[in-house]
Design a protein around this ligand. Structure first.
Ligand code: HSE
Length: 431
Protein backbone atom coordinates (compact mmCIF):
# COMPACT_ATOMS: atom_id res chain seq x y z
CA UNK A 1 0.00 0.00 0.00
CA UNK A 2 1.20 3.54 -0.75
CA UNK A 3 2.97 5.46 2.01
CA UNK A 4 1.30 8.23 4.03
CA UNK A 5 3.31 11.46 4.30
CA UNK A 6 3.64 13.66 7.36
CA UNK A 7 4.56 17.35 7.65
CA UNK A 8 5.85 18.46 11.04
CA UNK A 9 5.74 21.98 12.47
CA UNK A 10 7.97 22.39 15.54
CA UNK A 11 11.01 20.30 16.39
CA UNK A 12 11.39 21.11 20.08
CA UNK A 13 11.11 18.60 22.92
CA UNK A 14 8.08 16.70 21.61
CA UNK A 15 8.82 17.31 17.91
CA UNK A 16 12.28 15.78 18.20
CA UNK A 17 10.67 12.79 19.92
CA UNK A 18 8.32 12.42 16.95
CA UNK A 19 11.29 12.54 14.54
CA UNK A 20 13.09 9.88 16.60
CA UNK A 21 10.11 7.54 16.82
CA UNK A 22 9.26 7.81 13.13
CA UNK A 23 12.92 7.12 12.36
CA UNK A 24 13.92 4.52 14.98
CA UNK A 25 10.60 2.63 15.02
CA UNK A 26 9.88 2.86 11.29
CA UNK A 27 9.93 -0.93 11.02
CA UNK A 28 7.37 -1.73 13.72
CA UNK A 29 5.19 1.17 12.53
CA UNK A 30 5.27 -0.23 8.97
CA UNK A 31 4.55 -3.76 10.21
CA UNK A 32 1.54 -2.54 12.16
CA UNK A 33 0.19 -0.32 9.39
CA UNK A 34 1.06 -2.40 6.36
CA UNK A 35 2.55 0.69 4.71
CA UNK A 36 5.16 3.39 5.44
CA UNK A 37 4.45 6.44 7.57
CA UNK A 38 6.99 8.87 6.23
CA UNK A 39 8.23 12.17 7.64
CA UNK A 40 8.22 14.17 4.43
CA UNK A 41 8.79 17.77 5.49
CA UNK A 42 9.76 19.64 8.65
CA UNK A 43 9.47 23.31 9.55
CA UNK A 44 10.84 24.72 12.78
CA UNK A 45 12.54 27.83 14.19
CA UNK A 46 15.28 25.61 15.57
CA UNK A 47 16.01 21.89 15.62
CA UNK A 48 17.43 19.85 18.50
CA UNK A 49 21.00 18.69 17.76
CA UNK A 50 20.24 14.98 18.07
CA UNK A 51 17.75 15.00 15.18
CA UNK A 52 19.43 17.63 12.94
CA UNK A 53 21.03 14.98 10.74
CA UNK A 54 17.70 13.13 10.26
CA UNK A 55 15.75 16.21 9.14
CA UNK A 56 18.40 18.15 7.21
CA UNK A 57 17.17 17.06 3.76
CA UNK A 58 13.49 17.59 4.45
CA UNK A 59 13.75 20.96 6.19
CA UNK A 60 11.82 24.00 4.97
CA UNK A 61 11.68 27.60 6.23
CA UNK A 62 8.12 28.06 5.07
CA UNK A 63 5.29 26.47 7.03
CA UNK A 64 3.12 26.82 3.93
CA UNK A 65 5.20 24.02 2.37
CA UNK A 66 3.42 21.68 4.80
CA UNK A 67 0.15 22.36 2.97
CA UNK A 68 1.43 21.08 -0.39
CA UNK A 69 -0.19 18.13 -2.14
CA UNK A 70 2.47 15.59 -1.16
CA UNK A 71 1.64 15.96 2.57
CA UNK A 72 -1.28 13.95 3.97
CA UNK A 73 -1.19 14.79 7.68
CA UNK A 74 0.18 17.87 9.42
CA UNK A 75 1.51 17.87 13.00
CA UNK A 76 1.44 21.08 15.07
CA UNK A 77 3.89 21.07 17.98
CA UNK A 78 4.73 24.72 18.54
CA UNK A 79 2.33 25.49 21.40
CA UNK A 80 0.60 28.79 22.21
CA UNK A 81 -2.61 30.23 20.82
CA UNK A 82 -2.63 32.59 17.84
CA UNK A 83 -0.15 31.19 15.35
CA UNK A 84 -0.99 27.47 15.93
CA UNK A 85 -4.68 28.26 15.61
CA UNK A 86 -4.13 30.04 12.31
CA UNK A 87 -1.79 27.26 11.15
CA UNK A 88 -4.22 24.46 12.03
CA UNK A 89 -7.21 26.20 10.45
CA UNK A 90 -5.19 26.81 7.27
CA UNK A 91 -4.03 23.17 7.20
CA UNK A 92 -7.65 22.02 7.53
CA UNK A 93 -8.67 24.49 4.82
CA UNK A 94 -6.10 22.76 2.59
CA UNK A 95 -7.77 19.42 3.36
CA UNK A 96 -5.05 18.14 5.71
CA UNK A 97 -5.80 16.07 8.77
CA UNK A 98 -4.04 17.47 11.84
CA UNK A 99 -2.36 16.09 14.94
CA UNK A 100 -1.65 18.42 17.87
CA UNK A 101 -0.51 18.22 21.49
CA UNK A 102 -1.71 21.76 22.17
CA UNK A 103 -4.08 21.51 25.17
CA UNK A 104 -4.20 25.28 25.73
CA UNK A 105 -5.38 25.81 22.17
CA UNK A 106 -8.00 23.04 22.29
CA UNK A 107 -9.32 24.16 25.69
CA UNK A 108 -10.03 27.57 24.17
CA UNK A 109 -10.67 27.03 20.46
CA UNK A 110 -11.30 23.27 20.23
CA UNK A 111 -14.91 23.60 19.09
CA UNK A 112 -14.01 26.01 16.27
CA UNK A 113 -11.16 23.77 15.10
CA UNK A 114 -13.22 20.56 15.29
CA UNK A 115 -16.19 22.18 13.50
CA UNK A 116 -13.94 23.30 10.67
CA UNK A 117 -12.38 19.81 10.44
CA UNK A 118 -15.86 18.27 10.35
CA UNK A 119 -16.89 20.60 7.50
CA UNK A 120 -13.75 19.76 5.53
CA UNK A 121 -14.05 16.03 6.36
CA UNK A 122 -10.60 15.67 7.93
CA UNK A 123 -9.47 14.20 11.24
CA UNK A 124 -7.88 15.93 14.23
CA UNK A 125 -5.82 13.78 16.62
CA UNK A 126 -5.09 15.17 20.09
CA UNK A 127 -4.14 12.17 22.23
CA UNK A 128 -0.93 13.93 23.32
CA UNK A 129 -2.82 16.96 24.64
CA UNK A 130 -3.90 15.26 27.87
CA UNK A 131 -1.48 13.32 30.07
CA UNK A 132 1.19 12.90 27.37
CA UNK A 133 1.92 9.20 26.95
CA UNK A 134 -1.23 7.90 28.67
CA UNK A 135 -3.83 6.86 26.06
CA UNK A 136 -6.72 8.54 27.87
CA UNK A 137 -8.38 10.32 24.94
CA UNK A 138 -8.77 7.04 23.06
CA UNK A 139 -9.94 5.29 26.24
CA UNK A 140 -12.71 7.85 26.79
CA UNK A 141 -13.66 8.32 23.12
CA UNK A 142 -13.55 4.66 22.12
CA UNK A 143 -12.73 2.00 24.70
CA UNK A 144 -15.28 3.23 27.27
CA UNK A 145 -17.89 4.41 24.77
CA UNK A 146 -20.51 1.90 25.93
CA UNK A 147 -20.66 3.63 29.33
CA UNK A 148 -22.11 6.68 30.95
CA UNK A 149 -19.07 8.27 32.58
CA UNK A 150 -19.89 9.10 36.17
CA UNK A 151 -16.77 11.03 37.00
CA UNK A 152 -13.12 11.50 36.17
CA UNK A 153 -10.62 12.26 38.92
CA UNK A 154 -7.12 12.90 37.74
CA UNK A 155 -3.58 14.01 38.41
CA UNK A 156 -2.71 15.55 35.06
CA UNK A 157 0.25 17.75 35.89
CA UNK A 158 3.57 16.04 36.47
CA UNK A 159 5.32 19.19 37.68
CA UNK A 160 2.88 19.69 40.58
CA UNK A 161 2.88 16.02 41.43
CA UNK A 162 6.68 16.00 41.46
CA UNK A 163 6.80 19.07 43.73
CA UNK A 164 4.23 17.72 46.21
CA UNK A 165 5.97 14.33 46.30
CA UNK A 166 9.41 15.88 46.80
CA UNK A 167 8.18 18.17 49.59
CA UNK A 168 7.06 15.09 51.50
CA UNK A 169 10.10 12.98 50.65
CA UNK A 170 12.75 15.56 51.45
CA UNK A 171 10.72 17.43 54.10
CA UNK A 172 11.42 20.65 52.20
CA UNK A 173 9.25 23.68 51.60
CA UNK A 174 7.51 24.55 48.33
CA UNK A 175 9.93 27.26 47.18
CA UNK A 176 13.09 25.19 47.63
CA UNK A 177 11.60 22.13 45.88
CA UNK A 178 10.40 24.31 43.00
CA UNK A 179 13.86 25.88 42.66
CA UNK A 180 15.48 22.47 42.69
CA UNK A 181 12.98 21.15 40.09
CA UNK A 182 13.74 24.15 37.85
CA UNK A 183 17.48 23.54 38.15
CA UNK A 184 17.01 19.90 37.19
CA UNK A 185 14.76 20.85 34.26
CA UNK A 186 11.62 19.20 35.75
CA UNK A 187 9.85 22.55 36.07
CA UNK A 188 9.66 25.39 33.56
CA UNK A 189 11.59 28.65 34.19
CA UNK A 190 8.14 30.25 34.35
CA UNK A 191 6.15 27.60 36.23
CA UNK A 192 2.88 29.59 36.38
CA UNK A 193 0.83 27.40 34.04
CA UNK A 194 1.77 24.29 35.99
CA UNK A 195 1.72 25.36 39.63
CA UNK A 196 -1.33 27.61 39.36
CA UNK A 197 -3.36 24.72 37.94
CA UNK A 198 -3.89 26.27 34.49
CA UNK A 199 -2.29 23.39 32.56
CA UNK A 200 -4.46 20.92 34.50
CA UNK A 201 -7.53 23.06 33.80
CA UNK A 202 -6.85 22.86 30.05
CA UNK A 203 -6.64 19.09 30.26
CA UNK A 204 -9.77 18.78 32.41
CA UNK A 205 -11.71 20.98 29.96
CA UNK A 206 -10.80 18.56 27.16
CA UNK A 207 -11.58 15.45 29.24
CA UNK A 208 -14.85 16.94 30.40
CA UNK A 209 -15.92 17.78 26.83
CA UNK A 210 -15.27 14.29 25.48
CA UNK A 211 -16.73 12.55 28.53
CA UNK A 212 -20.11 14.24 28.40
CA UNK A 213 -20.50 15.56 24.85
CA UNK A 214 -20.03 19.19 25.80
CA UNK A 215 -17.97 22.19 24.79
CA UNK A 216 -16.19 22.83 28.09
CA UNK A 217 -13.59 25.60 27.81
CA UNK A 218 -10.72 26.67 30.07
CA UNK A 219 -12.73 29.47 31.72
CA UNK A 220 -15.39 26.94 32.80
CA UNK A 221 -12.91 25.19 35.08
CA UNK A 222 -12.76 26.29 38.73
CA UNK A 223 -8.99 26.46 39.24
CA UNK A 224 -6.66 26.77 42.22
CA UNK A 225 -2.96 25.88 42.29
CA UNK A 226 -0.47 24.59 44.83
CA UNK A 227 1.57 27.71 45.73
CA UNK A 228 0.19 27.98 49.25
CA UNK A 229 0.68 24.36 50.31
CA UNK A 230 3.27 24.07 53.08
CA UNK A 231 5.15 21.13 54.52
CA UNK A 232 2.98 21.50 57.60
CA UNK A 233 -0.15 20.81 55.52
CA UNK A 234 1.46 17.74 53.98
CA UNK A 235 2.37 16.43 57.46
CA UNK A 236 -1.13 17.04 58.81
CA UNK A 237 -2.73 15.48 55.76
CA UNK A 238 -0.66 12.40 56.43
CA UNK A 239 -1.69 12.26 60.09
CA UNK A 240 -5.34 12.47 59.05
CA UNK A 241 -4.82 9.61 56.53
CA UNK A 242 -4.54 11.68 53.33
CA UNK A 243 -2.08 12.86 50.71
CA UNK A 244 -2.38 16.28 49.08
CA UNK A 245 -2.63 16.12 45.29
CA UNK A 246 -3.48 18.71 42.66
CA UNK A 247 -6.62 16.92 41.55
CA UNK A 248 -8.72 17.58 38.49
CA UNK A 249 -12.27 16.31 38.54
CA UNK A 250 -15.31 16.39 36.34
CA UNK A 251 -18.81 14.95 36.58
CA UNK A 252 -22.39 15.77 35.71
CA UNK A 253 -24.69 16.94 38.50
CA UNK A 254 -28.34 17.38 37.45
CA UNK A 255 -27.15 17.73 33.86
CA UNK A 256 -24.74 20.52 34.78
CA UNK A 257 -20.97 20.20 34.45
CA UNK A 258 -18.93 20.18 37.64
CA UNK A 259 -15.32 20.68 36.56
CA UNK A 260 -12.58 21.71 38.96
CA UNK A 261 -8.84 21.69 39.59
CA UNK A 262 -7.61 22.35 43.13
CA UNK A 263 -5.37 20.89 45.81
CA UNK A 264 -7.31 18.00 47.33
CA UNK A 265 -6.76 15.64 50.22
CA UNK A 266 -7.02 12.16 48.80
CA UNK A 267 -7.27 9.08 51.05
CA UNK A 268 -3.94 7.24 51.26
CA UNK A 269 -5.62 4.03 50.12
CA UNK A 270 -6.71 5.62 46.81
CA UNK A 271 -4.61 4.77 43.76
CA UNK A 272 -4.41 8.50 42.98
CA UNK A 273 -2.73 9.14 46.34
CA UNK A 274 -0.14 6.53 45.45
CA UNK A 275 0.80 8.09 42.13
CA UNK A 276 3.96 10.00 42.93
CA UNK A 277 6.72 12.01 41.31
CA UNK A 278 6.19 13.17 37.74
CA UNK A 279 3.62 10.45 37.04
CA UNK A 280 0.04 11.24 36.03
CA UNK A 281 -2.99 9.11 36.93
CA UNK A 282 -6.56 9.27 35.70
CA UNK A 283 -9.43 7.41 37.31
CA UNK A 284 -12.56 7.07 35.17
CA UNK A 285 -15.67 5.86 36.94
CA UNK A 286 -18.24 4.38 34.58
CA UNK A 287 -21.73 2.97 35.09
CA UNK A 288 -20.90 -0.41 33.51
CA UNK A 289 -17.12 -0.78 33.57
CA UNK A 290 -16.87 0.67 37.12
CA UNK A 291 -13.40 2.10 37.87
CA UNK A 292 -10.57 2.04 35.36
CA UNK A 293 -7.29 3.78 36.13
CA UNK A 294 -4.60 4.95 33.71
CA UNK A 295 -1.12 5.72 35.05
CA UNK A 296 2.02 6.83 33.22
CA UNK A 297 4.21 9.69 32.13
CA UNK A 298 2.21 12.79 31.34
CA UNK A 299 5.09 14.71 29.80
CA UNK A 300 8.51 14.30 28.25
CA UNK A 301 9.76 13.97 24.71
CA UNK A 302 9.24 10.28 23.90
CA UNK A 303 6.08 9.54 25.96
CA UNK A 304 4.28 12.55 24.44
CA UNK A 305 5.68 11.83 20.96
CA UNK A 306 4.46 8.23 21.29
CA UNK A 307 0.90 9.57 21.58
CA UNK A 308 1.43 11.90 18.59
CA UNK A 309 2.68 9.04 16.41
CA UNK A 310 -0.20 6.77 17.49
CA UNK A 311 -2.61 9.49 16.30
CA UNK A 312 -0.67 9.71 13.02
CA UNK A 313 -1.03 5.95 12.60
CA UNK A 314 -4.78 6.06 13.29
CA UNK A 315 -5.31 8.85 10.78
CA UNK A 316 -3.00 7.17 8.24
CA UNK A 317 -5.19 4.03 8.46
CA UNK A 318 -8.27 6.16 7.84
CA UNK A 319 -6.64 7.77 4.81
CA UNK A 320 -5.59 4.43 3.34
CA UNK A 321 -9.08 3.02 3.87
CA UNK A 322 -10.81 6.08 2.44
CA UNK A 323 -12.40 6.79 5.76
CA UNK A 324 -12.49 9.88 7.97
CA UNK A 325 -14.26 11.12 11.08
CA UNK A 326 -15.06 7.49 11.97
CA UNK A 327 -14.88 8.43 15.65
CA UNK A 328 -16.55 11.81 16.27
CA UNK A 329 -13.94 14.49 16.88
CA UNK A 330 -15.47 15.49 20.23
CA UNK A 331 -16.43 11.90 21.03
CA UNK A 332 -20.09 12.62 20.23
CA UNK A 333 -21.53 13.72 16.87
CA UNK A 334 -21.87 17.51 16.76
CA UNK A 335 -25.66 17.41 17.02
CA UNK A 336 -25.23 15.86 20.51
CA UNK A 337 -22.56 18.29 21.69
CA UNK A 338 -24.17 20.70 24.14
CA UNK A 339 -23.14 23.73 26.14
CA UNK A 340 -24.47 22.88 29.59
CA UNK A 341 -24.48 25.10 32.62
CA UNK A 342 -21.43 24.90 34.87
CA UNK A 343 -22.03 23.96 38.50
CA UNK A 344 -21.29 26.87 40.85
CA UNK A 345 -18.68 25.62 43.31
CA UNK A 346 -20.45 27.62 46.05
CA UNK A 347 -23.35 25.18 45.87
CA UNK A 348 -21.17 22.10 46.47
CA UNK A 349 -20.79 20.33 49.81
CA UNK A 350 -17.43 18.98 50.91
CA UNK A 351 -15.30 18.21 53.94
CA UNK A 352 -12.61 20.82 54.50
CA UNK A 353 -9.15 21.18 55.98
CA UNK A 354 -8.46 24.76 57.07
CA UNK A 355 -5.15 26.13 58.33
CA UNK A 356 -5.39 29.46 60.12
CA UNK A 357 -2.46 31.45 61.48
CA UNK A 358 -3.72 32.89 64.73
CA UNK A 359 -2.57 34.79 67.76
CA UNK A 360 -2.05 32.39 70.65
CA UNK A 361 -4.35 34.09 73.14
CA UNK A 362 -7.44 33.48 75.25
CA UNK A 363 -10.73 33.03 73.36
CA UNK A 364 -9.31 32.72 69.81
CA UNK A 365 -10.58 29.19 69.28
CA UNK A 366 -14.04 30.00 70.58
CA UNK A 367 -14.31 33.03 68.27
CA UNK A 368 -13.37 30.93 65.22
CA UNK A 369 -15.53 27.95 66.13
CA UNK A 370 -18.40 30.35 66.87
CA UNK A 371 -18.26 31.82 63.38
CA UNK A 372 -18.01 28.35 61.81
CA UNK A 373 -21.05 27.25 63.85
CA UNK A 374 -22.99 30.39 62.87
CA UNK A 375 -22.43 29.36 59.25
CA UNK A 376 -23.70 25.84 59.83
CA UNK A 377 -20.23 24.29 59.67
CA UNK A 378 -19.59 21.42 62.02
CA UNK A 379 -16.03 20.82 63.24
CA UNK A 380 -14.62 17.29 63.12
CA UNK A 381 -11.23 17.99 64.71
CA UNK A 382 -8.98 20.83 65.77
CA UNK A 383 -5.21 20.86 66.30
CA UNK A 384 -3.16 23.80 67.50
CA UNK A 385 0.60 23.79 67.16
CA UNK A 386 2.73 25.63 69.65
CA UNK A 387 5.36 27.47 67.62
CA UNK A 388 6.14 29.85 70.50
CA UNK A 389 6.34 32.96 68.30
CA UNK A 390 3.17 34.74 69.43
CA UNK A 391 1.17 33.22 66.57
CA UNK A 392 0.40 29.59 65.85
CA UNK A 393 -1.03 27.42 63.11
CA UNK A 394 -4.53 26.28 63.96
CA UNK A 395 -5.83 23.36 61.91
CA UNK A 396 -9.56 22.72 61.65
CA UNK A 397 -11.09 19.75 59.82
CA UNK A 398 -14.81 20.01 59.19
CA UNK A 399 -17.67 17.68 58.44
CA UNK A 400 -19.43 18.17 55.12
CA UNK A 401 -20.28 21.83 54.65
CA UNK A 402 -21.51 24.04 51.86
CA UNK A 403 -18.74 25.94 50.06
CA UNK A 404 -20.80 29.16 50.17
CA UNK A 405 -21.08 28.87 53.96
CA UNK A 406 -17.37 28.16 54.21
CA UNK A 407 -16.45 31.23 52.16
CA UNK A 408 -18.80 33.41 54.23
CA UNK A 409 -17.29 32.02 57.44
CA UNK A 410 -13.74 32.66 56.22
CA UNK A 411 -14.64 36.26 55.33
CA UNK A 412 -16.00 36.84 58.81
CA UNK A 413 -13.06 35.09 60.49
CA UNK A 414 -10.63 37.24 58.53
CA UNK A 415 -12.12 40.35 60.06
CA UNK A 416 -10.91 39.13 63.48
CA UNK A 417 -7.70 40.84 64.55
CA UNK A 418 -6.35 37.54 65.91
CA UNK A 419 -5.85 36.23 62.36
CA UNK A 420 -2.25 36.84 61.36
CA UNK A 421 -1.76 35.50 57.87
CA UNK A 422 -3.39 33.99 54.80
CA UNK A 423 -5.72 31.07 55.55
CA UNK A 424 -5.36 27.88 53.52
CA UNK A 425 -8.41 25.86 52.57
CA UNK A 426 -8.03 22.37 51.15
CA UNK A 427 -11.03 20.36 50.01
CA UNK A 428 -11.14 16.73 51.09
CA UNK A 429 -12.08 13.98 48.66
CA UNK A 430 -14.09 11.52 50.72
CA UNK A 431 -15.64 9.38 48.03
N1 HSE B 1 3.86 20.77 32.05
C1 HSE B 1 3.05 19.60 32.04
C2 HSE B 1 3.31 18.78 33.28
C3 HSE B 1 3.26 18.73 30.84
O1 HSE B 1 4.11 19.17 34.12
O2 HSE B 1 2.68 17.74 33.42
C4 HSE B 1 2.71 19.32 29.60
O3 HSE B 1 1.32 19.53 29.72
Amino acid sequence: MKEVNVGLLGVGTVGSGVVKILNDNAEIIKKRLGFDLKLKRVCSKSVDDDVKEIVKDIFTDSYEDLFKDDIDIVVELVGGYDFPKEFILKAIEHGKSVVTANKALLARYGFEIFSKAFDKKVDVGYEASVAGGIPIIKAVKESLSANNIQYIKAIVNGTCNYILTEMEKSQADFESVLKDAQEKGFAEADPTFDIDGIDSAHKMAILSSISFGDNVVESDVFTEGIRDITLLDIKFASEFGYKIKLLGMTRLIDNKIDVRVHPTMVRKSDVLANTDGEYNAIKVKCDMDDDTVYVGKGAGSLPTASAVVADLMDIARNIRHDSHLRTPLMSFPFNYVKKREIVDVNELEMDYYIRFSVEDSVGVLSKISGILGDNNISIKSVVQLNKGEGWVPLIVVTHKAKEKNMQNALKAIHKLDVIKDKTLLIRIDDE
